[in-house]
Design a binder for this molecule. Structure first.
Ligand SMILES: [Fe+2]
Ligand SMILES: [Fe+2]
Length: 189
């Protein structure tokens, strides 16, 4: 690795590749925080996948399919943020995944947990936007703007399903209808 070391002996191969130091210093903490959100989105993806497996095992394939698509959508969010931070010439440190919650009372409980999760994500994005705003990180604000808008939609959708599950309670026929409606989702966007 010595050939990659600068004459002063202080530039590592990693720095040489990333061009670290060329990043405007005011934006570095913002990019680091956005980099941490990559792992947060992956954790969310992981949790949705666990929810999908829970529903599949209890013979609700529609809910399972909806949650699988949601898991993929969260992964796409993670990749979008990863690509953004890399495009800004900063490194991303991926974190280890925690074990997701795998036990729920019922389907309604799954979607209530999904709504809580989306509300937590909204709070995370809000904090990122606040940081970007305070730092005058304009390109980062523009990128996060997409996520602010996305979270409005994510919360709205989750809230609708929670309300519907509350409405049908434990009526078997109505639950199967809801499962069928959830199964109509065909994409992860
Ligand atoms: Fe997300
Ligand atoms: Fe989401």
């Amino acid at each position: 690795m010595s050939e990659m070391t600068s004459q002063g002996g202080t530039t590592t191969y990693g720095d040489w590749v990333t061009g670290a130091g060329q990043i405007p210093s005011a934006n570095a903490p913002v990019l680091q925080a956005i980099g941490a959100q990559v792992s947060a989105e992956l954790k969310t993806s992981h949790q949705y996948l666990a929810m999908a497996a829970f529903c599949e095992l209890r013979k609700f394939p529609g809910a399972a399919q909806w949650l699988r698509h949601q898991s993929l959508e969260e992964r796409q969010h993670a990749l979008r943020l990863l690509d953004f931070v890399l495009a800004r010439n900063a490194a991303v440190e991926l974190e280890a995944m925690p074990t997701p919650v795998v036990e729920f009372e019922d389907l309604g409980d799954v979607f209530a947990a999904a709504l809580t999760q989306e509300q937590q994500t909204t709070a995370q994005i809000n904090d990122l936007y606040k940081l970007a705003f305070a730092s005058g990180a304009f390109a980062e604000m523009a990128e996060l703007h997409w996520f602010l808008t996305e979270q409005v939609e994510e919360e709205r959708t989750a809230r609708q399903w929670v309300a519907r599950f509350q409405l049908v309670a434990n009526d078997p026929g109505a639950l199967l209808d809801l499962d069928r409606a959830l199964g109509a989702r065909t994409s992860s966007t």
